[in-house]
Design a protein around this ligand. Sequence first.
Ligand code: ADP
Length: 644
Amino acid sequence: MPAPGRPVAIDTDPGVDDALALMLALRSPELRVELITTVAGNVPVTTATANVLRLLALLAPARWPPVAQGAARPLRYPLHTALDVHGPDGLGGITALRQDDGQPRYPLPSQPRPSRQAVSRLVELVARYRGELTLIALGPLTNIARAIQRAPDTMRTLGQLVIMGGAIGVPGNVTPAAEFNVFVDPHAAEVVLGAGIPTLLVPLDVTRQVRLTHAFLERAGRGSRLAQAVRDLTRALLRREPEGLPLHDPLAVAVALDPSLVCTQVLPLGVETRGQLTRGMTIADRRTPPRRETALPQIRVALDVDAERALALFAARVLRPSRRPPPAAAARVTVVGSANLDYTVVAPHLPAAGETVLGRKGQMAYGGKGANQAVAAKRAGAEVVLVAKLGQDPAGQDYVRYLRHSGLNTAGLRQDPARPTGMALITVDRHGQNQIAVAPGANAALAPTDLEELRPLLTSGRVLLVQLETPLPTVTAALRVAKEAGMYTLLNPAPARRLPAALAPLVDLLVPNRGEAATLCGLATETLQQAAQAALALRRAGFATVVITLGADGLVYTEGDGVFWLPALPVPVRDTTAAGDTFVGYLAWGLAAGWPLRDALPLANAAAALAVTRVGAQPAIPWRDEAERLRWRHAAAQRPQRLQ
Ligand code: ADP
C-alpha cells in the first residue's frame, strides 16, 4: 500500500533555511517526500548531500526518501556559495556540537547511500507520477534545468514546480538586484522559467515577511528534540538578524502544502543572465495595461502572504513536541574480552637482561583488546556491554570508573579479589621498536561460569565480539552462548595462535591481521594474492566470512565465492597502536546496525586510518563523525576490487 500524502520531490542545498524546509516537509502528513536531490548553492554539493543525510538521521522518518546528488556547479558561472551566511558546515555550526558523552549531537549517518544521479532520478520520478508530482526547488535551478534539457517533454508533465527564488518588487539579498538562488545560476533559471511547466515562484517579496524570531522560538519551541535542533541551527543567524530569520525555503514548502497562504498573480517574467549590476535579477513586466506582445514566459508569482498563518503552520509541524515514537533502538554490541592497564616508558634503547634504562617519559593508559574494541564500538555509536574481569585493586576500581564514564554498560564487569588487574609493561625505544610483557592477572580468571551468570546481559546485543586475550574456553563458551541466542559472532584472533577446528563453526566473521591469518592457516600473507588465498583457506576451514586486515595495504574480504580488496586510506602515519582494535570495534557497530559487510567495511577502514594518525590506544580511537568525514572524502577511491 502506498504511504499517504501527495508525492513531492525536493531539490535543495542545505543551508539553514533549507534544513527548516526539509523538517516541515518531512513532518507534514499531506506530503510524501519521494526524492531529495542536492545541488551546489549555499554549500558545495557534497556538503549539501551530507547535510541532507544528517537531517534525515535527525528526523528519522518512517520511510527514508532516496537521496540523489546533483550538479556541483552552475550551468555556466563558477559556484558562488553562501558559507559566510550559513556557517562553514552550512548548518549554522551544528556539526561541531557534542552531547555530554562526547558523541556528536547531529551525527552523519552512512545510510542510505546517496546516488549521484539526481537528474536521471528526477526525470524518472516525473515520468512515473506525471501530473501528480510536485517538485519543490529550494536552491539554484541547475539540476532542474539539466533535467529539462535532457527530457523536456517528460518534465513538462510535472504537476507543479514551486520555486523559492527571485525578487520582484523588493531588493535582492545577494546583490542589490538579485536573490541568491537565481543569482547563482541565472542561466538555469532562464531555462526553467521558459520550459512551460506550471510554476509558482515564491520570491523574497513574500519570504521576507515570514520571520522566525528568537522570542517566537522561545514561546513555541520548548521541549521537543526538533525544536532544540531548530534553536541550534538558527542560533548564529539570529544573532545577526535580530528582527528574525526570513523563512525563505520553509515558505515554499508551506505553499506547496497550503496554496491559500499566498496571493498570487500571473506575470510575464524574465531573468537577467549577464548584467554587471543586475545578474540574476528577476524582472516582471507589470506595465498596465499589460503588453500582450511580450515574449517573456507567464509565471505565477506569490506577491503577498499570510505570514502569521505560515509561521503557525511551521510551529505546529516542527516546533511542538512530537508524539511519534523515538528512532529505532541503537545498535547493541557485546564485547567479551580483556582490560589491561598499559604502562609505557619511552627510553633511549630497550633494556638488556639485568640492565636498568632511564626513560624519557612514562605514561599509564587504559588498554586491553576487549576494552579498546568496546570503546571503538561505543565511539562508532553502539550501545556496548563489556564483559571483562579486573582486579579489586585501585587500578581495577579506577578502570571501572573510567569505562562507566566512557558510556559503556559496565554491568558485565567482574572484579576478582585474588588477582590484580591485567597489566602490560611496554618499553619503546627512539626508533619506535617496542618490547612488551603482559601479566593477564584477572583476565585469566574470566571463566565460562562467569558467562553463564551473565547470559541475559551477554545475549542482549545483536553482535558478539571476542578476541584471544582471555582464556580459550571462555572465548568458546561466549561464542556458543551467542550463537544459541541467534547473535552474529565476530572473532578477532589476536594475539596470534592456532585454533581448534571446532571453533570455526561458531564464528560468523573472522577478522585477523596479516600475521594472525598466517599463523591460523599456515600460509604466507605478504602479497594481496597470498592474502586472498589465505582468506579462502580460512573459509574452507569453516569460518563463514573472513576479513584480513593488511595495515597500510588495506584489507581483503570474502563475499560469496569471491575475495575482494579494499585499499587503505592515504593518511600520515604516527602510531599504528589500536588500528586493528578501532577497525574491529567499528565493524561490529556497523554489523549491529544492520549494514551488509561491504557497507560496514569502508567506515571501519576510515576509522582505523584515523587511529594511525594519532598516538596511543584509546585516545587515538576516533568518533563516528570524524570517521564519516574521512570516509566521504575518499569515497571515490573506496571501491572494492575483486581479487579472486
Ligand atoms: P593490527 O593493528 O591489528 O595489526 P592492521 O595493521 O592490519 O591491524 O591494521 C588494521 C586496519 O587499520 C587496516 O586494515 C587499515 O584499515 C588500518 N590501517 C593500518 N595501518 C594503516 C596505514 N598505514 N594507513 C591507513 N590505514 C591503516
